[in-house]
Design a protein around this ligand. Structure first.
Ligand code: DLL
Length: 443
């Protein structure tokens, strides 16, 4: 973090959007969760045939929940449940009560459709305002919002959150990167909201246009919607002269603002007055104790249109309830390192894209633009890592760079790879979520 930007995130800067709720005593929080959970289970069971069938099949009814631990007796919900009930089958309110619909395209077949009542939208805006404040954005700031607008929840989620906070929103969406750079400068943005990969793209275009965003008012980046590493954080903070914070969310649960970092940046506070977080063993489905890594499972506590019971996110993380120096009492979700689905199994070794990113970014001579290709050659899986050289790097040094990358990947991750060093600009740039892996084995 650049020293000149420290004041915005200094320890003791305890501005909170909902101070009483964010600092709530954990016993009180648990009591609130239990009451809301009972309400949510009844709401889902009464109004959604899918939940009634699933609960009946598991031999439980909402009245079987006496403590938070009893939730483990209830069945999980998975992404295919949304697809199987396409488009509106999981909604717990009549369609006429929906104020908005979002959807994610996904790679196969039907999109995942989610809906919100007016009340859901109010709660989402408040949680996003709370999240922005936690990341150091303040009422009165100019918030440049480069998350995509439309069916994706990023754009409108950040938009309404920023307005609720009392900031001035610049609703850019993704794309037209030269224009983004010009307006970041001309409108004197204090904060940039985008995916980390698109922020890197913006930083690169700013440099190419000779615009030094580091010297201006920009001080906070609120980045999420895809996995990113500490090495990427360092890169973005250096290139943009900002403090970069991680924000997490998913459309099935709400959208952005489910969890966010505070100035201590030791995990993302998950807003437990609205969500119940569990980590489970992905194989057995058993809940794991705090501190153990597994699949994050989330239950909504205040959603009206689309209550989600024990939704399996497929995101890998750990939970911590150690006290946080910021004073927020809500559970911390340690940085999401990847999804079950993104894990590449290469000749028996489990490899996440974020592990490769963590190896590549600190190496000198490289840029932060990379992509991986996995192919099957005969009976063997072959991993190819394509990474761009830094602009100042002479092409004569590419073979040596490739050898260095291959060596580090092998020794730190344990997998052999073919490394191709690309010239600057050769790897496609992201406008939203970056495509890090092309798995040609999936046909
Ligand atoms: O990506 C919502 C969002 C928008 C979050 C803007 C943050 C900022 P979906 O398109 O439904 O929703 O994708 C959700 O993206 O299950 C994770 O795998 C991944 N993801 C989201 N945030 C993070 C993050 C939005 N901070 C899926 N770190 C989730 C790692 C993330 N992965």
């Amino acid at each position: 973090m650049s020293a000149e930007f420290l004041p915005r995130m200094r320890s003791g800067d305890d501005y909170m959007f909902h101070p009483d709720l964010e600092r709530m005593d954990r016993a009180e929080l648990a009591a609130l969760q239990l009451a809301r959970l009972k309400g949510t289970l009844h709401h889902a069971y009464t109004n959604v045939p899918h939940y009634r069938r699933a609960f009946d099949a598991a031999g439980v009814t909402p009245d079987d929940l006496h403590s938070l631990a009893d939730l483990a007796r209830f069945p999980f919900t998975v992404k295919t449940d949304l697809r199987d009930n396409y488009p509106f089958g999981l909604f717990a309110v009549p369609r006429s009560q929906l104020a908005r619909i979002h959807a994610s395209s996904g790679t196969t077949g039907r999109p995942t459709v989610v809906g919100y009542t007016q009340g859901d939208l109010v709660r989402w805006s408040e949680l996003m305002a709370r999240s922005m404040a936690s990341a150091g954005i303040r009422p009165g700031d100019v918030v440049h919002n480069s998350y995509g607008y439309g069916l994706f929840t990023g754009g409108l989620g950040a938009h309404y959150g920023a307005e609720r906070l009392g900031a001035t929103v610049v609703p850019m969406s993704g794309g037209s990167t030269e224009r983004q750079v010009a307006l970041l400068r001309d409108f004197a943005a204090d904060a940039l909201c985008s995916t980390p990969s698109y922020a890197l793209n913006i930083a690169e275009v700013a440099r190419a246009e000779g615009v030094d965003l580091r010297g201006g008012p920009l001080k906070v980046g609120l980045f999420g919607a895809e996995p990113w590493t500490e090495a990427m954080r360092a890169e973005l903070e250096e290139q943009l002269g900002i403090t970069a914070c991680d924000v997490y969310g998913l459309s099935e649960i709400m959208g952005p603002g489910v969890a966010v970092e505070c100035w201590a940046r030791n995990g993302l506070h998950g807003w437990e007055d609205h969500f119940l977080f569990e980590v489970i063993d992905a194989q057995t489905g058993q809940p794991l104790p705090y501190g153990e890594a597994g699949e994050l499972v989330i239950t909504t506590l205040t959603k009206s249109a689309l209550p989600m019971i024990r939704y399996r996110t497929r995101d890998i993380s750990r939970l911590s309830i150690e006290p946080c120096p910021c004073g927020r009492s809500h559970v911390r979700i340690l940085r999401i390192t990847g999804r079950n689905d993104d894990m590449m199994i290469i000749r028996g070794v489990n490899v996440y894209p974020s592990q490769v990113e963590a190896v590549l970014l600190p190496l000198p001579g490289l840029s932060a633009h990379y992509q991986m290709v996995v192919e099957r050659k005969g009976v063997l899986d072959v991993l190819t890592i394509e990474v761009e050289a830094a602009p100042e790097e002479a092409e004569a040094s590419y073979p040596q760079l490739a050898a260095t990358v291959g060596h580090h990947v092998k020794s730190l991750i344990g997998v052999s790879s073919t490394v191709i060093i690309r010239r600057p600009g050769e790897i496609p740039r992201s406008l939203g979520k970056a495509l890090r892996v092309r798995d040609l084995r999936r046909g």
